[in-house]
Design a protein around this ligand. Structure first.
Ligand code: COA
Length: 328
């Protein structure tokens, strides 16, 4: 039995931060950001708004869209690297706020591949036959870990996310067909937040050294991201004997438009097959793919029967791809 997506939902904070706003904070320009990344603006949370707040909006939207009573939800998986706090899990906070009295849940840390990792985990839970309503949400509040004096990182990221409801497929053609997931910790140093864990517990010193912010070697990450996304997209197509022309929509993680374009070109996708919204939201880490999915469903670019390919690459390094036949 396959797991299928029965509903999608997204949440983006209202406040827009444009490239011109960033020009006032760091030595950058709208021209540089747009030409190197494809990003024109991103969303940022309002004061006091948190990851669990965004997740709660999404969870409530999913309940409504899938006609589900909160008591029917069995598992809540939240992919995020910016939980409200290390413990309790964001999933517990959301469970309480939506009144999912019979659910258990956990947070999953897979950075930009987090949503695909979480979706695969949820898929296996449904396929086991034990669970029939699994919520999978990917949200990040990147503004909480961005150094707005570091032009190498602050221009790239934004806040927001989305989610899906997973249920057993009613039609055996539909649902999650396959996935390939990878991680390679030898890339750990190129993209990380090093402070606040057991290696560098929070202290005056870690704050003075700015260890609680995200840091990256953009050039190295770029190179691995193009190769990782393209390789794993090709691998899943070959494994399932599917031509790239048969894919109705390629939904790649939105980190940089040039990364997406290179990966899409290598796989042989034409522009119409590729979903891109990075211009409006930047990189929302675990949030990008579920935001894209919900927008694409709403705008009619994903329909019942559509063949969808997801691909992502992120810190860890982590990367993965997933094939879905849309519909329940
Ligand atoms: N505005 C203006 N200049 C900037 C800048 C900014 N926001 N950020 C960096 N620069 C400068 C650098 O300091 C460097 O200057 P230098 O050559 O004097 O040292 C120069 O621009 C680098 O230019 P270039 O080599 O052309 O940049 P790039 O093409 O590698 O693009 C990134 C930089 C960060 C956009 C790109 O490497 C990237 O997207 N990497 C992947 C990042 C990512 O996706 N991370 C998340 C992964 S999921």
């Amino acid at each position: 039995m396959r797991a299928a997506v029965s509903a999608t939902y997204r949440y983006l904070p209202k406040q827009i931060m444009t490239n011109h706003d960033l020009e006032k904070m760091v030595d950058t320009s709208d021209e540089w950001i747009q030409s190197r990344t494809g990003i024109a603006e991103r969303r940022v949370v309002s004061e006091g708004e948190t990851t669990s707040d965004m997740c709660t909006h999404i969870a409530k939207g999913l309940l409504e869209q899938s006609n589900t009573d909160p008591n029917e939800v069995e598992v809540i998986i939240i992919a995020t690297v910016t939980p409200d706090m290390p413990t309790p899990a964001t999933a517990s906070l959301v469970q309480n706020r939506i009144g999912a009295n019979n659910a258990w849940g956990f947070d999953l840390s897979g950075a930009c591949t987090g949503f695909i990792y979480a979706l695969d985990t949820g898929t296996r839970l449904v396929e086991s036959g034990k669970y029939k309503k699994v919520m999978v949400i990917g949200v990040d509040t990147m503004s909480a870990v961005l150094d707005y004096t570091d032009r190498n990182t602050c221009v790239l990221f934004g806040d927001g996310g989305g989610g899906i409801m997973l249920e057993p497929a009613e039609n055996e053609e539909n649902g999650i067909i396959d996935s390939i997931l990878r991680t390679d910790g030898s890339g750990a140093d190129y993209l990380k937040i090093s402070g606040g864990g057991s290696l560098h517990p929070a202290s005056h010193d870690t704050v003075d050294q700015n260890l609680h912010y995200i840091r990256q070697d953009g050039k190295v990450v770029f190179k691995y991201a193009v190769k990782g996304m393209a390789d794993i997209s090709e691998e899943i197509l070959i494994k399932n004997n599917i031509k790239s022309s048969s894919i109705d929509l390629y939904v790649p993680h939105q980190a940089n438009k040039r990364i997406i374009d290179s990966a899409a070109k290598r796989c042989g996708f034409i522009d119409d097959q590729v979903y891109i919204n990075i211009n409006r939201y930047g990189n929302t880490t675990a949030g990008t793919i579920p935001i894209c999915l919900d927008e694409a469903v709403e705008s009619g670019r994903i329909n019942k029967g559509s063949l969808i390919l997801l691909a992502a690459f992120g810190a860890g390094f982590t990367w993965g791809s997933m094939l879905i036949r849309w519909g329940k």
